[in-house]
Every structure is written in structure tokens, then in C-alpha cells.
Design a protein around this ligand. Structure first.
Ligand SMILES: Cc1ncc(C[n+]2csc(CCOP(=O)(O)OP(=O)(O)O)c2C)c(N)n1
Length: 565
């Protein structure tokens, strides 16, 4: 790296921004124009960055989020002033999931503000609740240091979104010139920039408790995935014979087919994981916020269960569970230390516990076997998930929506290889389809399979055209039951058991053939009405050389099991 200030030259903000983004390794930006127009022209002249023009700012933010979660590299999204709040809405999932998304918007010019300029409101406060760093760039000379700060904030510690508002409704400040140097800090081009080592005394205290425990369980969260610590997690679990449950965000830190994996714990979960965590005598939380979703609103485990926790963010330690040991450090760095100090002879005392947890998992599988293998028409979602478990490639990136999609895939689907990745909506219906497109932009060589309900797919269906235009060859599997039937139970409840016909209109939709819509837009559309046709449909979609939508007609009466019986 050259010394700051030694390479300054007169350049426009647009030239500087294009060089900065290329220098950080950005390959795609996602936006609705017009914002930073001159920067786009400079991107074309000076870089190979693809400028993905979407059909809405929210989906642009979700694409950037999918890009970021697939790689750990910040995803960039942009909007002109009138689209700024649409973009802010799209940052909420990234904020909840700690995803490093950087949003650029056009904004107020001091020369004209408060004069009822076309389209203008003060957008900056709306970004406050969904960003780690929310700032304005009013002077072109600030481009280099503010963009560096954006990357630094997005990827550091617990990652998260950043917003920079550029002066001018379209960010026209990029046309101005100054003496600048587009200096890039490669360290901050990706999560994690640093791997803080734990305090050894704290680490040893946690390790000693794990080794003494007879019925411990690890609950691994998104911090394990952000730290890319899955390999070390599995190694420690194997060395000490400790079962592993994950949060939804941490699902890809251990393959579901590993003998120590007990499944996803919490609300959108697998009953076996909840049973194991409920029966544990020590819970070791690693890289998880111990939030409501992962703990079924702090019921699994019960508060007061002996617990230890490892996290890069010291403020997370003990937030919801009083701890016997707290370890502040990077997940991988801490697990490497624990593994080096592990007393493998302590594993023997947990043999009975491991047998018990495997029995619990076998009972779960037996209970759901009829549904996982069902030939019913319309198709059961459990069978759909089982087919995905069987047929997804070893290097697939699986991108999952919330609502029923989150429940079905969280509970019924298994990753089968450490080379597979899993990302999921942190709460927003409609996130998965555009996020899958972003993931495919980031990793064009990997198969990307998004899983969404029809309720979720409707949100950003116009982005099929974007995928076709840019040849973003992701596969989207639609669990199409003509409804948002996750809401059925809730409406049954408020109607005192039986809904009126009018009540059903609150969660049902017209029947739609998404394969035909996709084909009309130039994608491959495959309609599947019989479960036996799923493997061939997947095979065809994964090799189609164009975006594909598999429209799976499923049972409107299929409701996902609830977490704790
Ligand atoms: C942005 C947003 N708005 C509202 C919700 C609340 N919500 C959760 S599930 C759901 C209905 C969708 O049902 P689902 O059963 O997931 O759809 P299906 O799989 O049947 O297509 C709604 C409206 C949400 N999660 N996100």
C-alpha cells in the first residue's frame, strides 16, 4: 500500500469513486437510476463493474445483500433521492442479519434545501435504524475517506449496512473535481478484516466447562458463518463429542447430515434441535445474538440453563442468558485455540448423551418420513425439501425466504456438504428471489438455488426480467400454494376456530402459473405438479444457461410444524 497523500491528483468524484470501488474488488452494483450518473460513465471507462439496473430500490438492496452474504464482500446499492426510502426499507434485512451492504443515495443540496425541491425530503434519519454508519458527503474531496470509512464500518466487528448520502438529488457532487487519491484499504474489502484472539484465561474457562459437562450442546449462529469457522466448529464438536444445533443464520456451519448435527433450534426449527437444547446441561452459544427466533423467545433453552458464550461483539455476551464464561473473540480464532487445548479423553463421558441425541434425531426423521417421501398431489412441501436435500450440488448456495419458506427449509431441508452455503431472510417476505440473484452475481461459478413461497415471489417478480437481461442464471424454486398459508393458523385463531370465506381472502391469492410468467420474460419456466418430476426439473434448471423458475404446485393445507410441542 502506498502512503496516503503521495498519489494525489486532480480528478472528478466520479473517477475517484469508480477507482475506489474497483480497487475494493466490487464486481457489481445494484440500483435504480439516476444516481451518480457520471460515476456510472466512469465505471464503464475505467472498470469492469457491472451496473445492474433493477425494477425497484428494495430489490436492489436485497441483491446487494445476497451478494454480500455469499462472499463477505460489501454489496453496493444505490438510489436517487426519491428512491432513498425504498432503499432504506431494503437495508432492514441486512441490518438484522449483519450483512455488509453499502447504500449510496442522492440527497439534499445546501443551495436549494427547504425550497420544495422536486422529490426531496430529509432521508438521512430513515437510514439511522438500519445502518451502523449513516453519513453525508457534501464535498467532493471527501469521497476517498468517506468511502473507506463505509467499507471499514460495513465489514468490521459485527458487520452491517452503511449509508452515504451524496450532495445533489442524483449525487451530482460526483461531477466536481479535487486533488484526491483513490486509496483502497484491502484489509476492509471483506469480512472479517481482523480475527481478534480471545483472552486465554476466558477461553480456558469456557473449554473447561465444556469438558466437564455431560450433556452439552453448541448453538452456532451467523457469527460462525461470518468468520468462516464451520470447519473448526465441526472439528471441536468431534474432538469433544458435543452435538451442534444452529440458528437459521448458522445453518451452513455444519452439514445437516453430520452425525453431531441436531438441526436448527428456535422458532423456525426442527423439533430434534429444540429437544436436545432443552435437555442440555450446558449451552455453548457461538456467534449468535441469542435472539427471539433462535431461542423461541428465550424458552429454548430456558433462561437460567448453564451457558457460556463466544462472540466478537462484547455487548452480545450475556445479553439474554447469564453466563458461566464469556469469551470475546473471533469465532474461528477462538475455536482454533479451543481445539489446540482440547482434552479429547473427556469425550468418553458424553457417549450416552450423543446416543440420546442421535435417538432424538432418528425419532424426528421417523415421524416426518411419510411426509418427506410423500407422493401426494398437490405436492407436500416436506417432499420438496427432501428432494432439494438429495439433489442440490455440493457447492450450491441456497437462499431462503421467510414465512413458511423459512420454516420448511429450516426444519425439513439438510445441507449435505461443507461446500454448500445457506442464507436466509432475516424476516422480510420477498427477500430470497432478489438476494439469490445477488448471490449469483457474486458467485457466477456456483449453482444458486433460491426457495420462496408464492407470497414471497410476488414481491419482486419483475426482477425475472432483470435476471434474463443480465444472464443471472439463478434457479428459483417457488412453493406455490396460491396463498400465504403461514397466516392461516393466526386467522383461524382470531375467528375462534373456523374462518369465514371472507376471512380466507386475507391470506389467499389467485392461482397463478409462475412457469408461464417466467417463460414469457425469457427465463426457463418449469411447472411441477408431481413430486416425481422434481429431480429432472432441478437438473434441467441447473444446466439451463439462463435464469430458471421451478413452479411447484403444493398443498394449501400443508402447515409447517410449530417449534415446541
Ligand atoms: C415484508 C413482510 N411483510 C409481512 C410479513 C408477514 N408475513 C409472514 S409470512 C406471511 C404470509 C406468507 O405466507 P407463506 O406461507 O410464507 O407463503 P407461502 O409459502 O404459502 O407462499 C406474511 C404476510 C413479512 N414476513 N414480511
Amino acid at each position: 500500500m502506498t502512503m496516503l497523500g503521495h498519489n494525489r491528483r486532480r480528478m472528478s468524484g466520479a473517477e475517484c469513486m469508480a477507482d475506489l470501488l474497483a480497487g475494493y474488488g466490487v464486481t457489481h452494483v445494484f440500483m435504480v437510476p439516476a444516481v451518480l450518473r457520471r460515476t456510472f460513465a466512469e465505471m464503464e471507462r475505467r472498470t469492469r463493474i457491472k451496473r445492474i439496473h433493477t425494477h425497484g430500490e428494495k430489490s436492489a438492496a436485497y441483491m446487494a445483500d445476497g451478494y454480500a452474504r455469499a462472499t463477505g464482500k460489501p454489496g453496493i446499492c444505490m438510489a436517487q433521492v426519491i428512491g432513498a426510502l425504498n432503499l432504506a426499507a431494503g437495508l432492514r434485512d441486512a441490518y438484522l442479519a449483519h450483512s455488509p451492504v453499502i447504500a449510496f443515495t442522492g440527497g439534499r443540496d445546501p443551495a436549494t434545501k427547504f425550497r420544495k425541491v422536486y422529490q426531496e425530503v430529509d432521508d438521512v434519519p430513515a437510514f439511522e435504524p438500519v445502518t451502523k454508519f449513516n453519513a453525508t458527503v457534501d464535498d467532493v474531496a471527501r469521497f476517498p475517506d468517506m468511502v473507506r470509512q463505509a467499507f471499514r464500518a460495513a465489514v468490521s466487528g459485527t458487520p452491517g449496512p452503511v449509508h452515504l448520502q451524496f450532495r445533489g438529488n442524483e449525487g451530482q457532487v460526483d461531477a466536481e473535481e479535487a486533488e484526491m487519491e483513490p486509496l483502497v484499504e484491502e484489509l476492509f474489502a471483506r469480512v472479517p478484516p481482523f480475527r481478534p484472539e480471545p483472552d486465554l484465561a476466558h477461553m480456558r474457562a469456557a473449554l473447561a466447562l465444556l469438558q466437564q459437562a455431560e450433556r452439552p450442546v453448541i448453538v452456532a449462529g451467523g457469527g460462525v458463518r461470518a468468520s468462516r469457522a464451520g470447519h473448526e466448529l465441526v472439528a471441536l464438536a468431534e474432538a469433544l463429542a458435543i452435538p451442534v444445533a444452529t440458528s437459521l443464520n448458522g445453518k451452513d456451519s455444519i452439514p445437516g447430515t453430520h452425525p453431531l448435527s441436531v438441526g436448527v433450534v428456535g422458532t423456525y426449527s426442527r423439533e430434534s434441535a429444540n429437544r436436545v437444547v432443552q435437555e442440555a446441561d450446558l449451552v455453548c452459544f457461538i456467534g449468535t445474538e441469542t435472539g427471539g427466533m433462535t431461542t423461541h423467545f428465550w424458552a429454548v433453552p430456558k433462561i437460567g440453563t448453564p451457558a457460556i458464550q463466544i462472540d466478537i461483539n462484547p455487548e452480545a455476551l450475556g445479553r439474554n442468558y447469564p453466563l458461566l464464561a464469556s469469551v470475546n473473540g473471533d469465532a474461528r480464532a477462538t475455536l482454533v485455540r479451543m481445539l489446540a487445548g482440547a482434552d479429547r479423553t473427556s469425550a468418553g463421558k458424553r457417549r450416552a448423551w450423543i446416543e440420546e441425541t442421535q435417538k432424538i434425531c432418528a425419532e424426528w426423521r421417523e415421524k416426518y418420513q411419510p411426509l418427506l417421501t410423500s407422493d401426494a398431489v398437490p405436492i407436500r412441501p416436506e417432499r420438496l425439501c427432501a428432494e432439494l436435500t438429495r439433489h442440490l450440488p455440493d457447492d450450491a448456495i441456497v437462499v431462503v425466504d421467510t414465512g413458511h419458506a423459512g420454516m420448511w427449509m429450516g426444519g425439513m431441508f439438510d445441507l449435505t456438504s461443507p461446500g454448500q452455503s445457506y442464507m436466509r431472510s432475516a424476516g422480510h417476505l420477498g427477500w430470497a428471489f432478489p438476494a439469490g440473484l445477488g448471490a449469483k452475481c457474486a458467485c457466477p461459478e456456483r449453482p444458486v438455488v433460491a426457495f420462496t413461497g408464492d407470497a414471497g415471489f410476488w414481491y419482486h417478480i419483475g426482477e425475472i426480467e432483470t435476471a434474463v437481461r443480465w444472464r443471472i442464471n439463478a434457479v428459483t424454486v417457488v412453493n406455490n400454494n396460491g396463498s400465504g398459508n403461514q397466516s392461516k393458523r393466526g386467522f383461524d385463531r382470531v375467528y375462534g376456530g373456523t374462518q369465514t370465506d371472507a376471512g380466507r381472502t386475507l391470506w389467499t391469492f389467485n392461482k397463478t402459473n409462475f412457469a408461464r410468467i417466467a417463460a414469457e420474460m425469457g427465463a426457463l419456466g418449469i411447472r411441477v405438479e408431481n413430486a416425481a418430476a422434481l429431480p429432472a426439473a432441478l437438473g434441467q434448471a441447473l444446466t439451463a444457461d439462463r435464469p430458471a423458475v421451478i413452479d411447484v404446485v403444493t398443498d394449501i393445507d400443508a402447515l409447517a410444524p410449530i417449534a415446541v410441542s
